[in-house]
Design a protein around this ligand. Structure first.
Ligand code: 5CA
Length: 436
């Protein structure tokens, strides 16, 4: 992408309405714009990151055997009356009437809808288990939307729903999702810790939230250093092996981890001080087992063996895709701007032509741009070098190839790693092979 002809409206000034770093940086780097309270438009750079995050979530869901579908944002109130949640949900639910005076709502979540879809299609226990997911916009009419996309009213979430024959099966689905989540967050460069949580309006009796560490997080968290040392990759745990999933769950639940609300000072005191880790945390995911809550209320059953009737056991599993954009920035930024992890960065390399109009810098930056294809953002604007340095740091692309007249005359470039600030003068070939 050529910056000279791109829609990347960066801001020099810090927007007054933004209280936390990620919100300020998302506005300043031109990732999003607020269109109404708690509702955001994703501009080209922000949208690229959002899609990269969604792609990682999707890949790990698929690898765990979940199947993607897409349910609509609008739902009928009748569906929610079946479960009893239409009246129970309260003012967080955005309620709408269509032209025939029928009650609709903008979905805050999809337990009812997926149960309705499943009951219309599944007939036999042989068709279970199933895990279905979608990545779709949700709406919660939060009283106080704040912190930009971290607590919006409209937000993008992955939600998966599992249907199993029995409790043992539901527990396995739950553990499978837990493993998929740890891999998902690890791939985004995040240290996530699963913590026992309350189930709230979703219901059920088993729930974990996934907290990532960031200095500006909303809650204080305490955990055992063991979480940092676990190898979550498929070489140590397979989502297809029951024994692996159980061993994994035991690892996740025997080591100490708690938010301040559930902190147990006694258990903490017994932990070796060298293993104690403390920090601030942001919730980026939440998983629930709620058994037959929805299947029972909505009359969903399948034929079991020998004439038996089976009411499927269910769970639901959420990841805040749009919240993650803010959360990753909270976990990874400095005074100059965003520091994107390679896996979610909008571009891999920013090429800075420090003197537009100079033959040598022009030839070299164009050659690099052509070689890097869609991975590069070329700053070919007619701007001062200082402004280009500042914008490149602000936008946080992992590598910068800096091409001023002096290095260009020698046929070389300066390669800078955004995260460390390290800069080296290298040949074009070296620069290309290092970022590959
Ligand atoms: N149906 C269940 C599982 S999908 C559910 O609603 N879970 S939740 O309420 O815990 O939300 C799951 C995740 O969505 C949260 O961990 C968070 O990352 C994200 N989320 C929730 N509310 C918001 C919001 N207002 N803005 C941005 N992200 C949100």
């Amino acid at each position: 992408m050529r910056l000279s002809s791109s829609f990347v409206p960066t801001l020099r000034e810090t927007p007054a309405e933004a209280q936390i770093a990620s919100h300020r940086l998302m506005l300043r780097a031109g990732l999003v714009r607020q269109t109404a309270s708690g509702i955001y438009a994703w501009l080209p750079m922000g949208f690229r990151v959002l899609q990269n995050i969604a792609a990682i979530v999707r890949a790990e869901q698929d690898a765990a055997g979940a199947q993607e579908l897409l349910m609509p944002t609008l739902q009928t109130a009748d569906l929610w009356r079946e479960s009893g949640r239409y009246d129970a949900y309260g003012p967080e639910m955005l309620r709408i009437k269509d032209r025939h005076e029928r009650d609709l709502l903008y979905g805050p979540t999809n337990e009812e809808m997926i149960t309705d879809i499943a009951r219309g299609a599944l007939r036999s226990y042989r068709e279970l288990p199933q895990i279905l997911y979608h990545i779709q916009w949700k709406f919660r009419d939060e009283v106080r939307p704040r912190f930009g996309v971290m607590r919006g009213r409209e937000f993008l979430r992955k939600d998966a729903y599992s249907f199993d024959r029995d409790y043992a099966g539901a527990v396995l689905s739950y553990r499978k999702m837990m493993l998929a989540y740890m891999r998902t967050f690890r791939r985004m460069g995040l240290q996530a810790i699963p913590m026992v949580a309350d189930t709230g309006p979703i219901g059920g009796d088993l729930s974990h939230e996934f907290i990532i560490l960031a200095p500006t997080g909303e809650s204080q968290v305490f955990y055992d250093a063991a979480f940092e040392e676990i190898d979550y990759s498929s070489s140590s745990f397979s989502t297809g092996s029951e024994a692996d999933l159980n061993r994994f769950f035991d690892l996740m639940t025997t080591h100490y981890a708690a938010t301040d609300e559930k902190h147990d000072a006694g258990a903490w005191a017994r932990l070796d001080p060298a293993r104690r880790r403390e920090g601030r945390g942001i919730e980026v995911g939440h998983i629930f087992y709620f058994g037959q809550k929805y299947s029972k209320a909505m009359g969903f059953s399948v034929a079991g063996p020998d004439g038996a009737v089976i009411v499927p056991e269910m769970g639901s599993y959420g990841i805040g895709v749009s919240r993650l954009v803010g959360a990753i920035i909270e976990a990874s930024h400095d005074d100059a701007g965003i520091v994107w992890p390679d896996s979610v960065a909008p571009f891999r390399v920013a090429i800075l032509n420090l003197r537009v109009g100079d033959a040598a810098t022009g030839t070299i930056t164009e050659a690099l741009y052509e070689k890097l294809g869609g991975q590069a953002l070329l700053d070919d604007r007619d701007e001062r070098a200082g402004a280009k340095f500042a914008d490149a740091d602000l936008m946080g692309v992992p590598w910068q190839m800096i091409v001023g007249p002096k290095v260009a005359a020698a046929g070389r470039v300066e390669l800078k790693r955004r995260a460390t600030g390290e800069r080296h003068e290298v040949s074009l070939e070296d620069a290309l092979s290092r970022v590959a």
